[in-house]
Structure formats: C-alpha cells, structure tokens
Ligand binder design. Structure first.
Ligand SMILES: Cc1cc2nc3c(=O)[nH]c(=O)nc-3n(C[C@H](O)[C@H](O)[C@H](O)COP(=O)(O)O)c2cc1C
Length: 285
C-alpha cells in the first residue's frame, strides 16, 4: 500500500491512507517490534513493511478460541519470531482519561486483524463485541498455545515471584515484567520494584524483560542492572509517531540509545556485560 507524507498536525482528521508503520523504524534501529492483536494493520502488512526485522506477536485470547488460533497461525506463517501472551487484561481497565476524552478509534481505522471475526456484532467503539476477551484463561492455556505453535512463548504482565515461578513451570521462554503501563489495576506495583524478586525467582530459566515508565537512558541502565535482559517502550513510541511518524519514532529510539550509552559510560561500564546490581543502591528507609 502506498503511504502518504506525515500530516502536519495530530488532529483526529487523519488522511485515511496515512499510517505510520513502527516496524520499519524498529528494524532501522535494529530493535524488536511487538505487534498487538489490536493493531490497525494486518500481521501480513506489518511483516511486509519490515522484512527481516525482529518482530513478535502479542496475543489477547478471545472467547472464540478459533479467532485466537487463527491469529497465532497467521503470525507464525508471516514470520513473527515469538508469541507474547498478555496476561493482565481479562477485562479492560477503567481508563478515566479515555472516558473523559471520549476516546474512539477514528472511523477509518479498524482492528484489521479481527475484521470479520465477530461478524454482525460490532457494538463497541473498537468494532468488537463487549467482553469478547476470554477472562477464564488459566495457566493451562499455555499448553493450549504450545499445541498451536512452535514459536517461543513469552508472558506479559507478570509482577510477582509466585506468578514468575508458575510461568516458568508452565514452560514459557520469557517474561515481560509489566503493569500494562499502569492502565489496568490502579495502584499495581511499579515494574522496576517488581523486577528484582522476579529475576531471583526465575534464576535464568527464562529471559526476563521489563516495560513501563522507560523514559530515559538511565531508566534502561537501572532495569538492566536489576536483571532485565532488555526493556520495551509503549507511550514514548506513540509520542515519536505523533510528532513525526517513522522518523519521530527513530528519533525516540536514538535518543534512548544515546542516553543509555552515556549512562553506561558515566557509571563506568564499557560493555553491557559490565552492568550489574552493584550499580544500584537501595534506599534503607
Ligand atoms: C495506547 C496504548 C495501547 C496499548 N495497547 C496494548 C495492547 O494492545 N496489548 C498489550 O499487551 N499492551 C498494550 N499496551 C501496554 C503496552 O504494551 C506497555 O505495557 C506499556 O505501554 C508500557 O508502559 P509505557 O507506556 O510507560 O512505556 C498499550 C499501551 C498504550 C499506552
């Protein structure tokens, strides 16, 4: 699909043919892009936008399991390299800002991966039936996912050592310590505070990543020092896109990378392998 130039402003009046594609920026910056189940481009379009890029697919499990099975198989067939199962959204949190601002997807944007999946029932503002997610998902559903795909399974939304232990016992290859950017359970733990006990519980049996509140290179340094293998960003990517499309996202990634390098140097680390818990001093209060 031909893409048009970035519109001058960020109003809701976007050109329907314009869509910024983050995977291109992620590939250009040699980093990983996680595509959402609720992406407004199809998995196949995302793959075609950045062939050879590192990309994972984030799954929300729907009540109609055939819908989810189909998505998992499409992701694998179109070259996604891992499956990220989001575990902290049995229901959508109460997002007061979205309610106050009357947030809706602009009419020309659709949840394209799910088009046709809920034919005849598009009663919510996202074009999905309300409560279409399966809130009864249990740990055993990881075995169900395993039966559908060869891809590594990563679980997103873990905040305690107990859940980390269960995740590893059920055979996941990775854990994203996440509170969904604070958009789900109000008052949930900050991810940086949850990280240490999760890394201790996992003991290298799975990779541990973190997202939430990464805004500066020194935030990355702290997360790595406390045992995260890498970090992800949510909102900063959106701010870059709103500012200047793909170029704006590359700017965000470059700033984070530069600041991370600088923080490493100022902390006396010549390589990532030198980053460790010795860099962080805990408050004794
Ligand atoms: C607008 C918006 C949409 C999001 N959509 C999804 C989603 O579809 N699936 C998901 O697992 N997480 C979703 N998240 C959560 C992010 O994946 C991530 O956990 C969070 O944004 C990280 O925090 P940060 O924004 O402080 O970097 C969304 C977050 C935002 C702000």
């Amino acid at each position: 699909m031909e893409r048009k130039a970035q519109p001058e402003d960020c109003s809701n009046d976007l050109d329907p043919d314009y869509f910024p594609i983050p995977p291109e920026a992620a590939k250009a910056m040699n980093t990983c892009y996680i595509a959402s189940t609720y992406s407004t481009c199809t998995l196949e379009e995302i793959s075609a936008a950045a062939p050879g890029g590192l990309r994972w697919f984030q799954l929300y499990v729907h009540r109609n399991r055939e819908v989810s099975k189909n998505l998992v198989q499409r992701a694998e067939a179109s070259g996604f390299q891992a499956l990220v199962l989001t575990a902290d959204l049995p229901y959508t949190g109460r997002r007061r800002d979205d309610i106050r601002n009357g947030f809706r997807l602009p009419p020309h944007m659709k949840l394209k991966n799910l088009e046709g999946a809920f034919e005849g029932d598009d009663s919510s503002e996202y074009g999905l039936p309300p409560n279409s997610l399966d809130a009864s998902v249990t740990w055993n559903d990881i075995y169900w996912l395993r039966s559908l795909t060869q891809l590594p399974i990563i679980i997103k939304g873990i905040l305690t050592r107990e859940d980390a232990e269960l995740a590893v016992r059920h055979g996941v290859q990775g854990i994203i310590v996440s509170n969904h950017g604070g958009r789900q359970l109000d008052g949930g733990l900050a991810t940086i505070d949850a990280l240490v006990e999760i890394v201790e519980a996992v003991q290298g049996r799975a990779e541990v990543y973190l997202d939430g509140g990464i805004r500066k290179g020194s935030d990355i340094l702290k997360a790595l020092a406390l045992g995260a293998k890498c970090v992800f960003i949510g909102r900063p990517a959106l701010w870059g896109l709103a500012y200047k499309g793909e170029e704006g996202l590359q700017d965000v990634l470059r700033i984070l990378q530069d600041e991370f390098r600088l923080s490493m140097a100022l902390a006396g680390c010549a390589s990532v392998s030198e980053i460790g818990p010795h860099l962080v001093q805990f408050s004794k209060l």
